[in-house]
Design a protein around this ligand. Structure first.
Ligand code: HEC
Ligand code: HEC
Length: 290
């Protein structure tokens, strides 16, 4: 009996090994066509789509849903939607814009989504985005409340006519984002500002594209040398060679490098102050070894 079990286990291991080697070969030979003009094969599409759904279901928090039928909320949500979502997802009577047409996976029509997804799941996707697809995370641009407004609009869009959508969004002023208020450099820093959170800072640094220009220990894919490596940033005396490396100076630098060095090649990235503070706290943890 034990011998049979052992043979079975060996066979299973062998199969796994062969499968792994096969997958490795497909990758190494570049056999899978990653072009966005070529659709996914049906099995790959279904596996990815199912994995996305399961992942969202496992993480959505259904206890936190506010009243989504509130007309004011829907109206505010429509303004957010017109500003941030319609380019990719379209709306009643509005086709998605040019950049959406080349996307694989394609941005879903959210009327169909509202019919089949729970609001908490839509909220989670809008807040966190979807890896390896064009769906961005909005956490760093919108507060939870603003995201709920948007979800309320998505729910209300079921059965909405093009005329109703147009009427709702026509006169809507562009939304003012609570998160971004105070961003952009001129912000005054409250002296009793809360200390940043290094973990949140690491996530925010990933989100604000720091990794596209800097080598940053602790951030996967941060291996570009457009700007100087940030290794050991916590122990450096100055920032950009122009100002002393203090926490407040770092927050100001991150929000607007040009206020210290008008010729700096580092762009102002529109960081909200809270995110700048978190990122500064994260950078302060980078010592010589990191
Ligand atoms: C740059 C394009 C882009 C923008 C802007 C964008 N999305 Fe998406 N979104 C996508 C893509 C692509 C997917 C498909 C992801 C997938 O299927 O794996 C997606 C998926 C989704 C889904 C899951 C729907 C489903 O049925 O699969 C929701 C919900 C969603 N987006 C809501 C929004 C909302 C709300 C906004 C605005 C705040 C927004 N998106 C902005 C591209 C975008
Ligand atoms: C488009 C490229 C680009 C992006 C994106 C970018 N930076 Fe920079 N960064 C630079 C360049 C170039 C410099 C050098 C600027 C100078 O010396 O004037 C720099 C300098 C810095 C410095 C000072 C480094 C030193 O040696 O003193 C810090 C800190 C920094 N960046 C952090 C960040 C963080 C955090 C982010 C994301 C929020 C970010 N950067 C995004 C290009 C970029």
């Amino acid at each position: 009996m034990t011998i049979r079990l052992r043979t079975l286990a060996m066979a299973a291991l062998l199969l796994l090994g062969l499968g792994g080697a096969g997958a490795g070969l497909v990758v190494w030979l570049g056999l899978y066509d990653i072009s966005a003009t070529d659709q996914h094969t049906a099995p790959v599409y279904h596996v990815l789509d199912y994995a996305m759904r399961r992942s969202v279901m496992a993480r959505a928090d259904e206890d936190a849903v506010p009243n989504l039928r509130d007309a004011q909320r829907v109206r505010r949500g429509a303004a957010h939607y017109r500003e941030h979502c319609v380019q990719c997802h379209g709306a009643p009577g509005v086709a998605p814009g040019a950049l959406a047409l080349g996307m694989t996976p394609a941005p879903a029509n959210l009327v169909a989504t509202a019919r089949t997804w729970k609001p908490a799941e839509t909220f989670w996707v809008v807040k966190h985005g979807v890896k390896m697809s064009g769906m961005p995370a909005w956490q760093y641009r919108m507060t939870d409340d603003e995201i709920w407004d948007t979800v309320a609009f998505v729910e209300a869009s079921v059965g909405m006519t093009p005329r109703e959508y147009a009427a709702m969004t026509q006169d809507a002023a562009p939304p003012r984002h609570q998160r971004e208020q105070g961003a952009g450099g001129g912000a005054t820093l409250a002296s009793a500002a809360p200390r940043g959170d290094p973990d949140a800072g690491r996530r925010a640094a990933h989100h604000y594209l720091c990794a596209t220009c800097h080598v940053i220990p602790g951030i996967v894919g941060a291996n570009r040398h457009v700007g100087p490596p940030l290794t050991g940033m916590g122990t450096r005396r100055s920032i950009g060679g122009v100002v002393p490396n203090t926490p407040d100076n770092m927050v100001r630098w991150l929000q607007n490098p040009q206020q210290f060095d008008p010729l700096s090649a580092m762009p102002a990235l529109g960081l909200a102050e809270r995110d700048a503070r978190d990122i500064a706290a994260f950078l302060a943890t980078l010592d010589e070894v990191h």
